[in-house]
Write a protein that binds this ligand. Structure first.
Ligand code: MG
Length: 339
C-alpha cells in the first residue's frame, strides 16, 4: 500500500447554534482526509471528534495526520494510539474506499426512518406539529436545557402534537441528578416516550450504577449516548447486561463493524446517530446504519440543513432517508468548500 495522503482541517459554523444541556454549540471542528493512488483512485474519510466524549481533539488529529507524512503506509493506522479513534476511522474509511474502488453498498434496506430533531425549549410543540405534517413519526427533544418544571410543562403540549403512532425521544445530555431523572422517568411512564437518552452524566462517580438502577426502576427505556465513548464502553455495557438503547455514533468508533457485530450477537437495541459531521463522515456513518441487520429504528440523522455552508450538509432531513441519497453525497464538494 502506498497512498498519497492529503488532509484539510476545518472549522465550520452551524447555520443555527445547537442548544443542549451543555450550552450553545456554534461550530464544528474536524479533519477531512483524502487518499489518492497513482491510478487516480480516491478515498475519503472524516475525523470529527466531540470534545466532551473524551479522546482526541481536532487539533491533535491534525498533528497526528501531519506526522504520517505524504504517503500512508499499511501499518500507520494500527500504530496510531488508541485515543485517535476518529482519525483511525477516517483513514480506514479512505483506504477501504480507495482500494474497493467505491463504497461497498450493503445489501438489504433501501430506506430507513429518520427522527426529527426538535429545538430545545418552548418552540418544540410547534416544530413537532410542522414535522408531523411532513410525515415524521419519531421526534427528538433536547431537555435539561432550561428550568426542569418549565420543560415538564411543555412535555404534555409536545405529546399532544405527536401523530397517533408518534414516539418521542428525550435527550438530557447527562444534565439531571438522580432526583430529577426519577421525576422525569416517572412522568414519562404513561406518555409516548420511546426512551430517555443519557438522563444522568456519564463521567460522574458511580455513573454506570446510577443508570443501571434507573433502568431497573422505571418502565421507559434509557438510552446510552455519552456513556458510549468507544468500543471498550460498548463491551462494558454488554457485559453489564444493559437492556436499554445503545445510541451509536459510528463516527466516534475506530472500528464500528466490530462493535456492531457484538451488539447484534447480543440482540441489543441500537439507534444510529449523527455526530454532526459533514457529508463526508455522514456518508460513512449512514452506510454503517444501512448495513445493520438488527431491527431498524429511526435514525438520529434528522439534522440537516446544519451548516452555514450547505455544501457541507448531508441529506436534508425527511421522514425516510434512502440509500441512494447516501450514495449521491459528493465528498469532493466538501473538499472544495473547505479549500
Ligand atoms: Mg445524545
Amino acid at each position: 500500500m502506498h497512498h498519497r495522503l492529503l488532509f484539510r482541517r476545518y472549522r465550520a459554523a452551524f447555520r443555527l447554534p445547537l442548544v443542549t444541556a451543555r450550552g450553545r454549540w456554534r461550530e464544528r471542528e474536524g479533519l477531512i482526509v483524502r487518499l489518492e493512488d497513482e491510478r487516480g483512485r480516491v478515498g475519503w474519510g472524516e475525523a470529527a471528534p466531540i470534545p466532551w466524549f473524551g479522546g482526541e481533539s481536532a487539533g491533535e488529529d491534525e498533528r497526528a495526520c501531519g506526522g504520517l507524512g505524504a504517503s500512508l503506509s499499511a501499518s500507520a493506522i494500527s500504530e496510531l494510539p488508541a485515543k485517535f479513534a476518529c482519525l483511525k476511522r477516517a483513514l480506514s474509511d479512505a483506504v477501504e474506499e480507495l482500494e474497493s474502488g467505491a463504497l461497498v453498498a450493503a445489501p438489504g434496506r433501501e430506506s430507513l426512518p429518520v427522527a426529527a430533531l426538535l429545538p430545545a425549549g418552548p418552540g418544540a410543540p410547534e416544530a413537532a406539529r410542522r414535522r408531523a405534517a411532513e410525515g415524521f413519526a419519531c421526534f427528538k427533544w433536547k431537555v435539561g436545557v432550561g428550568d426542569s418544571a418549565g420543560e415538564l410543562a411543555i412535555l404534555d403540549d409536545l405529546c399532544g402534537e405527536l401523530p397517533s403512532c408518534g414516539r418521542l425521544r428525550l435527550d438530557a445530555n447527562g444534565a439531571w441528578d438522580r432526583r430529577r431523572a426519577e421525576k422525569w422517568l416517572a412522568r414519562c411512564a404513561d406518555r409516548p416516550v420511546e426512551y430517555v437518552e443519557q438522563p444522568t452524566a456519564a463521567d460522574a462517580r458511580g455513573a454506570d450504577d446510577l443508570l443501571l438502577g434507573l433502568a431497573g426502576d422505571y418502565p421507559t427505556p434509557i438510552g446510552l449516548d455519552e456513556s458510549i465513548a468507544g468500543s471498550e464502553s460498548v463491551e462494558r455495557w454488554l457485559a453489564a447486561g444493559w437492556k436499554g438503547v445503545y445510541v451509536i455514533k459510528p463516527s466516534l468508533l475506530a472500528d464500528p463493524g466490530d462493535s456492531l457485530r457484538k451488539l447484534e450477537a447480543a440482540g441489543a437495541s441500537v439507534v444510529f446517530s449523527s455526530a454532526l459531521e459533514t457529508a463526508v463522515g455522514a456518508r460513512s456513518s449512514l452506510r454503517t446504519a444501512f448495513a445493520w441487520k438488527g431491527p431498524p429504528r429511526a435514525l438520529g440523522f434528522g439534522v440537516w440543513p446544519l451548516f452555514a455552508d450547505p455544501r457541507l450538509d448531508g441529506p436534508t432531513a425527511a421522514p425516510q432517508v434512502r440509500r441512494q441519497d447516501v450514495e449521491r453525497l459528493d465528498p469532493d464538494l466538501v473538499w472544495t468548500a473547505l479549500s
